[in-house]
Structure formats: C-alpha cells, structure tokens
Design a protein around this ligand. Structure first.
Ligand code: ZN
Ligand code: ZN
Length: 281
C-alpha cells in the first residue's frame, strides 16, 4: 500500500473559525496516527474591513472576530495564541508548528505592516489562503461568501475573478509563504461566477510564480467536502508535475473529525499526475 501523508499543516482551531480547541485537535491528531501538525488559524487584517459594505454581513456572523482592521490592535491576542501552541505542544508531547493562513491584500502599506506584525510573533511558517475579492485599488474588499449579494453587476464578475488570481500570484511572489492554499477555492462560488475553463492563463501564471519562488502547492481535500472535488487538483497538478513543484496534501480541518480526511484519495490523485516532490518540514 502506498504511504499516506501523516500530518497536516493547514488546520483551524476555535482561535479562528474552527470548532475544536487546540488541545482537542492535538488529541485527535495523535489518535489517527499523525506524527506532527501545523496550526494555521486565519490571519485576516484589511484596513477597511469594517468600513466596506461587506461588514454589514460579516459583523453578524458568529466568527466576526476573525475579521480585523488593525494589526496593532490584535497583536497581543495573536501573541497569546502562539504561546498557547508552544505550551500545548510541550504538555501533549506532540510536535506542533505555529503558522497562519493569511489573506494577502496588496494595497500600499499592507505588506510592511504585515511584516512588522509577524516579526513580533513566534511563528514557524505562513501559508496564503484568500477569501476576499478586492476592487481595483485593492483598498476595498468583499468576502467571497457575500460577493453575489454585494456585486450586483454580473458584468464585473470576470474582472473581480481575474484580479483575484493576480492577487494570488502577487502573494506567491512576495515569498512570504511556504505554500499556497486552495488555489481554486472560487470553485465553491459556482459556475456563474467562476467558469474554470476561463482562467487557464491566470492559473498558469500562478504556477510559474510557484516555480520561480520555490513555493509549494496545496492539494486540498476540503474541496471534496464542499464541491465534490479537490481544490488544486486535475490540470493544476499536471502543470505542477511538469514544473516539479512541491505539493502538500491538506485537510483544512475546521473540526477534529476532519483531520486527515480524504488523504488516501489525495495520494491517488498525486500518483495519477506523477507528483513526486512533497512538502515536509
Ligand atoms: Zn482558506
Ligand atoms: Zn483554512
């Protein structure tokens, strides 16, 4: 039997929008035979988060605290979380890496502030994962889940989508991230907004950026749960194999039971496309 990856570096606890505590996640990881785990709760800070139309929706969500507009204001909170990861790792005698899933916003000043923020924290790695669209100045955001409600002009869909892929490319080119999560997460928005066949060139450019920067690509089994297929699978893997890009399987677990979910079929998918290079710390 082929070997199956025994760790995940893309997991969420109730520090962000996960439903289990860090300790519960660790105990489950041990139970299923994981050898180590990366904890990568959301890090989402955009200066206009609470000024844009989207906030009307976000503020009413149970997890509204995940969305922030000021790096300084959340520094202590994130510091404590990083300390908690080290502490639980020791107490549970289980290797944990401290990471974050970062929404990358390319407006002037964001990257400087972000780098300042990260320098204050005891962090092992970062991966991207964008869940927002931006306007052309990147100064304003729309959370993907509410995009249809806010962007009523369908004529703008393609423009938003193209800019989204450009943003992912910029995120990779920033060299801040170990891997790019759910490259085609937008599949979850449906065909009207994202027609897969339509963005081949944009995705190719992202994959070229992965190659150039040595950033790894994620094959996400969350897609299996959300859209019945992988995020980052199929043609994307074919390109990645051609360019010998390292791949990591992720569960993007938001609940204990989701740890390691779908890893067996993910291994088959990697084999099918001849992926030989894998990311492991
Ligand atoms: Zn994500
Ligand atoms: Zn995630």
């Amino acid at each position: 039997m082929a070997e199956i990856q025994t760790f995940s570096y893309h997991t969420h606890t109730n520090f962000s929008d996960g439903s289990c505590s860090l300790r519960e996640m660790v105990r489950q990881a041990k139970k299923i035979g994981f050898t180590e785990m990366g904890v990568s709760d959301h890090l989402i800070v955009h200066k206009n988060m609470k000024k844009d139309d989207c906030w009307e929706y976000l503020k009413n969500m149970e997890i509204s605290y995940v969305y922030n507009d000021d790096f300084k204001g959340v520094l202590d909170l994130f510091k404590r979380h990083c300390e908690e990861i080290r502490k639980v790792s020791k107490e549970e005698n289980f290797k944990l890496y401290t990471g974050f899933e970062v929404d990358y916003f390319p407006y002037d000043g964001w990257e400087e502030e972000f780098k300042w923020f990260i320098a204050q924290l005891d962090v092992d790695y970062l991966h991207t994962g964008n869940h927002f669209f931006c306007d052309e100045s990147f100064e304003h955001t729309i959370n993907m889940s509410f995009f249809k409600k806010i962007c009523t002009d369908k004529g703008l869909y393609r423009e938003y989508m193209s800019r989204h892929f450009k943003t992912l490319q910029k995120a990779v080119e920033s060299k801040l991230f170990t891997f790019l999560a759910h490259i085609d997460y937008v599949r979850s928005l449906g065909k009207e907004i994202y027609d897969e066949a339509d963005f081949g060139a944009e995705k190719k450019q992202i994959i070229a950026a992965l190659e150039k920067t040595g950033t790894a690509l994620e094959l996400s089994t969350k897609g299996l749960r959300k859209v019945g297929d992988f995020y980052g699978g199929g043609e994307i893997l074919r390109e990645a194999a051609e360019k010998n890009i390292a791949v990591i399987i992720s569960d993007d677990a938001h609940r204990c039971e989701e740890l390691g979910a779908g890893f067996e079929i993910a291994e088959d998918e990697l084999k099918k496309y001849g992926i030989s290079k894998r990311l492991k710390f």
